[in-house]
Write a protein that binds this ligand. Structure first.
Ligand code: DP6
Length: 360
């Protein structure tokens, strides 16, 4: 499937060698992407907050090959060590983007990547890692084609990142990103994510996300396997419809600062994602007992204090606790007193909504 808009026609410059570095953040979906079609096309639209502190830093060194017919090669280092187990994912990524970035064949590459969050934290690095790599590739492309507009740069970076990992398409910009066609957002697309242009209501600016690390191990089920389970899932069509509806309802809540509507949608999305996993074949329970303990504590805290703190989950046991900055000190006290006991080794990561990737 070729998308002509993203196939470069010619390059005006000749670049022999160089190095570019980008830092890209992770993101947390409020309406979840769960289920995809061929070519990394999402089965439903999703929306996410871009995070600020959980980031991947990636550099790409490129050297023009002496002989173009030499095979395509790259070395990959993660935290300064050669990392073989990440290579197949990156190889697949390069294969997928080949037709959109034909110049890649002219170079040999060295890729170095590291994360701001510990590798064994149960936080997936594919969104931040793949978007940082896509941005490095676009940086090279923009050197070959200096006329490229900023808009095209960002769109194509998101387009390429999507081909590495769907959620990575939402990590290019911030603070709120929509990926997937939705009829209320004219410029939305299945091919790349767009930034929600209106300013967030002050209630949601600098929104906090504290990630409670319930299980720091490898994911029990990879997202790719999880998405696949939506094929032939008995509730799939209803779920995809619901995601469209939830996005339609969430935007007005974000605009008007309506916490209770926001909480209703976000928590329900998280539980629905897990319900899809519980009701697929084969079925999985991705929460741990401590996940439920934390959810119950958050509900009680909200009821007792009136503070609009809520949770969301990705496809694992960790809990993202979302809350307004104004209430940060009370919520952090609550975390220390009541939630830390349910986190593996007492670990949690404080993050907040951020503005997207940056060039280093
Ligand atoms: C539960 O983007 O990791 O976090 O496209 O197969 O790489 P692939 O999947 P991935 O799926 C993320 C799923 C999710 C929800 C979300 O981020 O929207």
């Amino acid at each position: 499937m070729t998308h002509q808009e993203f196939v470069p026609s010619m390059y005006s410059k000749e670049i022999k060698s160089g190095k570019v570095s980008w830092q890209a953040p992770s993101n947390i979906a409020l309406v979840k992407y769960w289920g995809k079609k061929e070519h990394q096309i999402p089965a439903n639209p999703s929306i996410s907050f871009t995070l600020n502190h959980c980031r991947s830093t990636t550099s790409l060194e490129f050297q023009k090959k002496e002989d173009k017919s030499d095979s395509f090669e790259f070395d990959f280092y993660f935290e300064d060590k050669p990392k073989q187990d990440f290579k197949p994912k990156i190889e697949k990524f390069f294969e997928r983007i080949q037709e959109y970035c034909p110049y890649l064949n002219d170079y040999n590459f060295v890729i170095r990547s590291e994360n701001s969050f510990p590798h064994s934290s149960g936080i997936a690095s594919s969104a931040s890692g793949m978007s940082a790599l896509a941005l490095c590739i676009m940086d090279l492309e923009s050197q070959l084609d200096p006329e490229m507009s900023k808009e095209h740069f960002q769109r194509k970076a998101s387009f390429l990142a999507r081909l590495g990992s769907g959620s990575a398409s939402r990590s290019i910009q911030g603070d709120l990103m929509i990926w997937g066609k939705h009829n209320e957002f004219e410029s939305s697309s299945d091919l790349f994510a767009i930034r929600y242009e209106d300013e967030l209501h002050k209630n949601f600016q600098n929104f906090q996300d504290t990630i409670l690390l319930v299980d720091k191990g490898e994911k029990q089920v990879s997202s790719t396997v999880g998405h696949d389970l939506m094929h032939g899932h008995p509730f799939a069509e209803e779920r995809f419809k619901q995601a469209h509806e939830n996005l339609s309802k969430l935007i007005p809540a974000l605009k008007s600062g309506d916490y209770s509507e926001f909480i209703k949608i976000v928590e329900s999305e998280a539980l629905t994602l897990h319900a899809m996993m519980m009701s697929s074949h084969p079925y999985f329970i991705l929460m741990k007992p401590n996940t439920l303990e934390i959810i119950n504590k958050i509900w009680k805290f909200r009821e007792d204090t009136g503070i609009p703190a809520c949770f969301t989950l990705d496809a694992g046991a960790n809990v993202h606790l979302l809350y307004p900055e104004d209430h940060a000190s009370k919520v952090l006290e609550f975390i220390k007193n009541e939630l830390v006991a349910y986190c593996e080794n007492g670990h949690y990561i404080c993050d907040q909504v951020g503005n997207g990737a940056k060039k280093l």
